[in-house]
Design a protein around this ligand. Structure first.
Ligand code: 6PG
Length: 243
């Protein structure tokens, strides 16, 4: 029997800020509710995973829930330009926490091929996402749940301040060189992110409180501040460390 718990879904265009005392468990519960609602609505759920360190305990808590994994399609909001077994790989993090479980139970996983040249990896990923969009009768693809993190500099996915990907208006996935890291990334763009039905920011770091408030207030010109899904809702999951 699958989870049947439900929390009322916020209305489109709204921003909801949730402060969790048990960040991993409560964020996972909310994500599971959104996933189940999407499956009830359309028969499947397209879920983008965020990278970095924050998601791992949330994804592990999600893996423990009773979900119809065969009805889920997992994508990645960004990836580092490294192989999937590299310590910096977002896929490696997500596979350890969730995908080794979910994929074993039939979930589809669209991995960004960080081992390839970034342009090739971006085009391959976008080609697959466009196939999925076509199967779902959508253009652009509308993620049911799109997870994002937040950097101290206000970046999200791999949309870093002052980088080329910020101005992409047509492609859904692009390579992006990040000078401050001296590294290439592959990232979703605003056209794809802002097509989502739900964007879930996961932040569990009190040192980011000031940048969170600036983003929420539309101040600072941060890349995360341009995440405004036209027909979607934004939910912020803040850990108890984010006072
Ligand atoms: C990445 C992420 C990035 C991340 C933030 C927060 O690939 O690094 O997509 O946007 O979410 O940098 O990272 P932490 O969770 O490690 O603080």
């Amino acid at each position: 029997m699958h989870d049947t718990s439900r929390t009322p879904a916020p209305l489109p265009g709204t921003v909801t800020v949730l402060r969790h005392s048990d960040f991993a468990a409560q964020t996972a519960a909310a994500l599971a509710d959104s996933i189940l609602a999407a499956i009830a609505r359309s028969g499947s759920a397209v879920v983008a995973l965020s990278g970095g360190a924050t998601p791992a305990p949330v994804l592990a808590a999600l893996a423990a829930r009773d979900l119809p994994w065969e009805k889920l399609i997992f994508t990645f909001g960004d990836e580092r330009a490294v192989p999937p077994d590299h310590a910096d790989s977002n896929y490696r993090m997500a596979h350890a926490a969730l995908l080794s479980h979910a994929a074993a139970r039939g979930a589809r996983v669209v991995r960004i091929q960080g081992e390839l040249p970034p342009e090739t990896a971006a085009r391959n990923c976008e080609d697959t996402l466009r196939q999925i969009a076509s199967e779902r009768g959508e253009n652009p693809l509308r993620h049911d749940v799109l997870m994002l993190g937040l950097g101290a500099d206000g970046h999200t996915a791999s949309l870093f301040p002052g980088t080329a990907a910020l101005s992409e208006k047509n492609r859904w996935v692009v390579p992006n060189f990040v000078p401050k890291l001296s590294a290439w990334r592959i990232t979703f763009t605003y056209p794809l992110i802002n097509a989502a039905r739900e964007v879930h920011f996961l932040v569990n770091d009190a040192s980011k409180e000031a940048v969170i408030q600036q983003v929420l207030l539309g101040e600072g010109g941060h890349p995360a501040g341009a995440v405004r899904p036209a027909e979607g809702r934004v939910i912020w999951h803040l850990g108890h460390l984010a006072k």
